[in-house]
Write a protein of this length. Structure first.
Length: 194
C-alpha cells in the first residue's frame, strides 16, 4: 500500500516540478512578511520604522518597506473609537515616514482628515437619527403586533431584540458604506504616492 503524504510534502514535490522561483520572487516572498511584521510592531508602539529599515540593504529595504506600507494602509479605518483614532494616527505617521513625496502624502491626509471629521460629526448625527428612527419604527410595530393579539399594556425593550440589533447593524453598514468608499479611494491615492 502506498505511503500517505502530508500537504507539505505534496506542495514541495509540486514546487520541485515547477522549478525554482526567480530570485526576485524569492526576495519578495521572504522580505514582504518582514515588513508586515515590522509595521505590526510599529503600530503597537514598538520600534522605529526608519531605524529598523536602515538595517537592510537598499534592495531589501524596498521590499520590507512595501510590506510595511501594505499593513499600515490596511490599518487605516473609520474612526469609530479612540483606539481606531490612535491606530489611524500611528499608521499615517508611519506611512508618511516611508514615502518620499511628503507633500503628496500630506495632501491625501488632508482629505482623510476631512473624511474622518465628517464621519465623527455629521456622520454621528446621521447615525443617531437613523438609530432613533429605527427604534421608534420597531417599537411601533411591536406595539401594533401586541394590540393585534389583544395585549394592551406592553413594556418593550426594543434594543434587546435580536431583530432590532440585526436591522441596526445592516443600517449602520449601509450608512458607513459611503465613508468606506471614500476611505478606500484615498488609501489607493496614498498607495500610488512615491
Amino acid at each position: 500500500m502506498g505511503e500517505l503524504k502530508s500537504a507539505f510534502d505534496i506542495a514541495m514535490e509540486k514546487a520541485e516540478r515547477l522549478g525554482k522561483a526567480p530570485p526576485e520572487e524569492t526576495k519578495r516572498r521572504d522580505l514582504l512578511p518582514q515588513g508586515e511584521e515590522l509595521a505590526a510592531r510599529y503600530l503597537k508602539g514598538e520600534g522605529n520604522l526608519i531605524a529598523e529599515l536602515s538595517k537592510y540593504d537598499e534592495e531589501a529595504r524596498d521590499y520590507v518597506a512595501r510590506g510595511a506600507m501594505e499593513v499600515l494602509l490596511r490599518s487605516i479605518d473609520l474612526p469609530r473609537n479612540d483606539q481606531a483614532k490612535r491606530i489611524n494616527r500611528r499608521a499615517m505617521e508611519g506611512l508618511k515616514s516611508l514615502k518620499q513625496d511628503k507633500g503628496g502624502v500630506e495632501n491625501a491626509y488632508t482629505k482623510l482628515r476631512h473624511l474622518f471629521k465628517h464621519y465623527e460629526e455629521e456622520g454621528a448625527e446621521q447615525r443617531s437619527q437613523a438609530y432613533h428612527r429605527l427604534k421608534n419604527d420597531f417599537e411601533q410595530r411591536l406595539r401594533q403586533e401586541a394590540m393585534r393579539r389583544g395585549v394592551r399594556e406592553v413594556d418593550i425593550n426594543v434594543e434587546g431584540q435580536p431583530q432590532f440589533q440585526q436591522q441596526w447593524r445592516m443600517m449602520l453598514t449601509q450608512l458607513d458604506s459611503q465613508y468606506r468608499a471614500l476611505l478606500e479611494q484615498y488609501k489607493r491615492e496614498i498607495e500610488g504616492i512615491a
